[in-house]
Design a protein around this ligand. Structure first.
Ligand SMILES: O=P(O)(O)OC[C@H]1O[C@](O)(COP(=O)(O)O)[C@@H](O)[C@@H]1O
Ligand SMILES: [Mg+2]
Ligand SMILES: [Mg+2]
Length: 295
């Protein structure tokens, strides 16, 4: 197996190093910050705190040339040309706090990171690695690169942060057990509702309102997660660069599939870094059935 890319490892180290600090800061940051993000959504104080901490940590990593975040309009130049053709630095895209509406109710949340070898916006084929932190009862981090997917436990001890691998070859189980679909049922297109009715008969509902938490259930138990196209929002809710691409990369590296209903998420050509996309992700045969159902 090829040795891990040192820049990618430094990026994951930086994300892991911020996780205990983000977690510790959340109790006092469960309120709205009073601002909206570039997607027009209300930003929580926790979103802003995580964004600032991660922005500082990631732009300080040697080999990170540019940094974009769900919470920032423009890319931050971190010094260094991005892309294998023009330079040798990576562009890092983050969703600093995924599922931050769960802050109020104290449910799971996460941080998502994508490491692209091309200036953004780029397609998911330009990802060289992706990962997410899950702030559950345990702080875990799932990381993927071309060698596969690993689950790690992140722990802070006396000011230092450790990453311990607990699963070194995470694969989607063959027999799916769970599903979780976002959005209001009356807002779903009829074809998706019909597909959901079939799935309800076969799998158990697990929906927590944070993509990272819901996808982590699918990775653990097998199944399908969707934030579908809605009748009045055909692009759905989730953002391609910060959410769908990194999650699609991780799930595909774990043996699963990801689509916007028609096209592999990783092949979608973005127009802008804040583009939204419908996301259907999980076991390959379920994603195939979904594509047929939406045809
Ligand atoms: O509350 P809803 O409409 O079900 O939306 C839930 C979805 O929105 C998100 O919270 C969007 O992410 P952010 O919290 O990063 O904006 C996803 O994590 C989740 O899948
Ligand atoms: Mg999110
Ligand atoms: Mg977010």
């Amino acid at each position: 197996m090829a040795s891990p890319d040192p820049v990618v490892e430094a990026i994951f180290d930086a994300v892991a190093a911020t996780a205990p600090e983000i977690r510790a800061a959340l109790p006092g940051r469960r309120v709205k910050s009073g601002t909206d993000n570039p997607s027009g959504e209300s930003v929580m104080a926790g979103d802003l705190y995580a964004d600032e901490l991660l922005g500082d940590a990631l732009t300080a990593v040697d080999g990170v040339g540019s940094f974009v975040s769900e919470e920032r309009e423009a890319a931050v130049d971190a010094g260094g040309a991005v892309g294998s053709g023009d330079g040798d630095a990576y562009a890092v895209a983050i969703d600093p706090l995924d599922g931050s509406s769960n802050l109020r109710s104290n449910n799971a949340m996460g941080t998502v990171v994508g490491v692209y070898d091309a200036p953004l916006p780029a397609t998911g084929r330009d990802l060289v690695a992706a990962g997410y932190v899950l702030y559950g009862p345990i702080t875990t981090m799932v990381v993927a690169d071309d060698s596969g997917v690993r689950e790690e436990v992140v722990e802070a001890d006396d000011g230092s942060v450790s990453r311990s691998v607990v699963e070194d070859d995470l694969r989607l189980p063959d027999d799916p057990l769970v599903y979780g679909f976002g959005g209001r049922v009356p807002d779903w297109p009829d074809a998706f509702t019909a597909f959901a009715r079939e799935i309800e008969d076969e799998l158990k509902l697990r929906y927590g309102g944070a993509m990272v938490g819901d996808v982590n259930q699918v990775l653990t138990y097998g199944g399908i997660f969707a934030y579908p196209a809605l009748v009045d929002a055909p692009e759905g809710k989730l953002r391609l660069s910060f959410e769908a691409n990194p999650i699609a990369y991780i799930v595909e590296q774990a043996g699963g599939a990801a689509t916007d209903g028609d096209t592999d998420i990783l092949d979608i050509e973005p127009e802008g870094v804040h583009d939204r996309v419908p996301l259907y992700v999980g076991n390959g045969e379920l994603v195939d059935r979904l594509e047929t159902a939406l045809d």
